[in-house]
Design a binder for this molecule. Structure first.
Ligand code: 3PG
Length: 211
């Protein structure tokens, strides 16, 4: 899959920090049951790569990606674990160049017009806007749409059930990402049904907005 196809898979990408790799499989099932087939596991915990490997092996119908990729070695590790795509919080020239040589769709994070220009220079046009709310959110994305036609975004950082509609209404927004879909307390208690319900409720809200 290309990075743009990844962004257009679903309107919502849960951003997940696994405290235990064993949470990954039931979580992926719970999300699928709720209609969310794409998920991002952040490489912020010791078991994240193992969690990705387990999901990729045991829940092949889910599209599992790796987040918080900070450099090329992490990108390679994510690919080797079975991640189908990768997301970084930011971009720099060294990483962008090295990432071109690693065969996995990468969605780099940007927060400004200058960073967007850097991403485009290396061929990346499916991007994460991060941290979306903090850097200007909907207003920034509207301002970027005229000079950067054809670029698609997944805003992440500060997105919630309440504000996601304003983002998804924008032409240059393909999907939104966030941690609200997978609250840590529900994961810790294994309350997977409630996670299914959050996914369903969020997708219904997207549909209702589309009318
Ligand atoms: C992150 O990298 O933590 C994501 O952008 C999620 O942000 P959120 O917790 O504000 O949804």
């Amino acid at each position: 899959m290309q990075a743009k196809e990844i962004l257009n898979t679903g309107p919502l990408i849960p951003v997940i920090t696994l405290q235990d790799p064993k949470q990954g499989v039931p979580l992926a099932h719970a999300l699928l049951k709720g209609g969310v087939k794409i998920l991002e596991i952040t490489l912020r915990t010791a078991g994240a790569l193992e969690g990705i490997a387990l999901i990729s092996k045991e829940v092949p119908e889910a599209i599992v990606g790796a987040g918080t990729i900070l450099n090329a070695p992490m990108l390679k590790q994510a690919k080797e674990a079975g991640a189908r795509f990768a997301i970084s919080p930011g971009i720099n020239a060294k990483f962008a160049k090295e990432a071109q040589g690693i065969d996995i769709p990468l969605i780099p994070g940007v927060a400004s017009a200058g960073e967007l220009m850097l991403a485009l220079e290396y061929g990346f046009d499916a991007l994460k806007l991060f941290p979306a709310e903090a850097v200007g959110g909907v207003k920034l994305l509207k301002s970027l749409s005229a000079p950067f036609k054809g670029v698609q975004f997944c805003p992440t950082g500060g997105i919630s059930l309440e504000n996601m509609g304003a983002y998804l209404a924008l032409e240059n927004v393909a999907c939104v990402g966030g941690s609200w879909l997978t609250p840590q307390d529900l994961m810790a208690k294994g309350q997977w049904d409630q996670i299914t319900q959050i996914a369903q409720k969020s997708l219904q809200a997207v549909q209702a907005q589309k009318g």
